[in-house]
Design a protein around this ligand. Structure first.
Ligand code: 5GP
Ligand code: MN
Ligand code: MN
Length: 401
């Protein structure tokens, strides 16, 4: 573990500060110098983000920065082990990929009429009425007209169980025993983005945020109506993100069964947010912990650390180290911007780096080339005191958003 010197609150890093880009170091110092900050933990996949770095944990007393959570509230990963082994799969996975692409809305799309939750058997006994009535209490509805609210609700309903764009993905992977896993990455879609941006803008207007080193780090303070409104919206969006992944996983499972023409058995889903807030206690101190590109390692909890579409991923169990606020990295992390990746690599590079993976290999996904991400083995080696490896997964099919 490394530390930064000269900050008001401690900054602990699971990577050499020399290897961190200057812009990200400035962001870490800015976070650590806020008067509310208890400490900052920096994961080995750290890189510059909006206000706060991606791949970091900011723990505050009686405050939270919506910019430090990010605009995809509840973004995270889900994974499921199947009873299939590699030998149960066809030699060519093209047909399976087509089935998956048809079954799960990818890109900006949603379901035409909302997902059929009853048919999918999603969360039997779950209080769906309570969940959607939570939507009616969302703080943004104070300002929206009822027509807007209806349109927003309809959109949130349609988008439930859809992937979104960017580096959200669905994958089939193999573990060391050749067992097949389903894995996916997504968050709270359009509605989470609307809520996040609205609260970030609101926080920036508050008087106590006018003299910050970076106003993108504007905070809400406990005991204020603005904080109460943010917390309510935030926790609703985090739940939406979890449900979004649940619905998609059921669609994915069904598509796999159809693609293979057989019944498949599935183990319970591992699901972890990596952009979220949780209230936790350390040494008797209650803290508001923001993980932006970091997973929880609390109580031996299972987590997912993806690398890239050519590298594969890790299933881990948490060691609960309090020094990192019981957190670990959320991935390998970007090594370069999307623009830099497009400049540096060619479609031939992409084909070489995704050999053996059934996925898109055209210029449209060049910015997602494995070489644009950090080396996953190096990232894992830097956090052996944070997580234990349960499985190493190799990607064999990847659908990008
Ligand atoms: P983020 O949530 O910050 O957008 O990305 C999470 C992490 O996922 C990235 O840091 C990267 O290491 C990993 N990743 C990005 N694309 C893929 C992919 O297609 N497959 C896998 N397995 N991992 C990916
Ligand atoms: Mn996301
Ligand atoms: Mn994410």
């Amino acid at each position: 573990m490394h530390t930064l010197t000269g900050t008001a609150a401690p900054v602990r890093l699971w990577t050499d500060p020399e290897s961190v880009e200057p812009g990200a170091l400035t962001q870490l110092r800015n976070c650590a110098n806020l008067p509310w900050t208890h400490g900052v933990a920096v994961m080995p996949d750290v890189h510059q983000g909006y206000g706060a770095t991606v791949g970091s944990v900011v723990a505050m007393r009686d405050a939270v920065s919506p910019g430090a959570v990010g605009v995809d509230i509840g973004c995270g990963m889900s994974a499921v082990r199947t009873d299939l082994t590699a030998g149960d799969l066809p030699d060519s996975l093209g047909r399976v990929r087509a089935q998956v692409e048809r079954a799960v809305p990818v890109g900006r799309a949603g379901h035409r009429e909302g997902p059929d939750l009853a048919r999918l058997g999603i969360e039997r006994g779950y209080d769906w009425t309570g969940f959607w009535s939570g939507f009616e209490r969302l703080h943004h509805l104070d300002e929206a007209s009822w027509t807007d609210a209806d349109a927003l609700r309809a959109k949130a309903h349609r988008q439930l169980g859809s992937l979104g764009s960017g580096n959200h993905f669905l994958e089939l992977c193999l573990d060391g025993d050749d067992r097949v896993w389903l894995m996916l990455h997504s968050g709270s879609r359009g509605i989470g983005n609307i809520l996040a941006n609205l609260h970030i803008e609101r926080a920036k207007q508050l008087p106590h945020n006018q003299a910050l080193p970076d106003r993108d780090l504007a905070v809400f303070l406990s005991g204020t109506p603005a904080m109460d409104a943010y917390r309510a919206d935030l926790y609703w969006a985090q739940e939406y993100a979890r449900l979004n992944r649940r619905v998609m996983m059921e669609l994915f499972k069904a598509a796999l069964g159809r693609g293979l023409g057989r019944t498949v058995a599935f183990e319970p889903e591992v699901s972890c947010h990596h952009n979220y807030v949780s209230e936790e206690t350390y040494d008797g101190v209650e803290l508001i912990v923001t993980r932006k590109g970091a997973i929880s390692t609390e109580g031996g909890r299972k987590g997912i650390i993806p690398g890239s579409m050519g590298t594969g991923s890790f299933i881990v169990s948490g060691l609960g180290n309090p020094q990192s606020y019981r957190s670990a990295s959320h991935g390998a992390g970007r090594r370069m911007s999307r623009a830099a990746a497009r400049r540096q690599f060619s479609v031939a590079d992409l084909q070489a780096q995704t050999e053996g993976v059934e996925c898109r290999k055209d210029a449209g996904v060049l910015d997602e080339i494995p070489g644009a991400y950090k080396d996953l083995d190096t990232v894992m080696a830097a956090q052996t005191d944070l997580v234990r490896v349960e499985h190493r997964l190799r990607t064999i099919l990847c659908v990008k958003g």
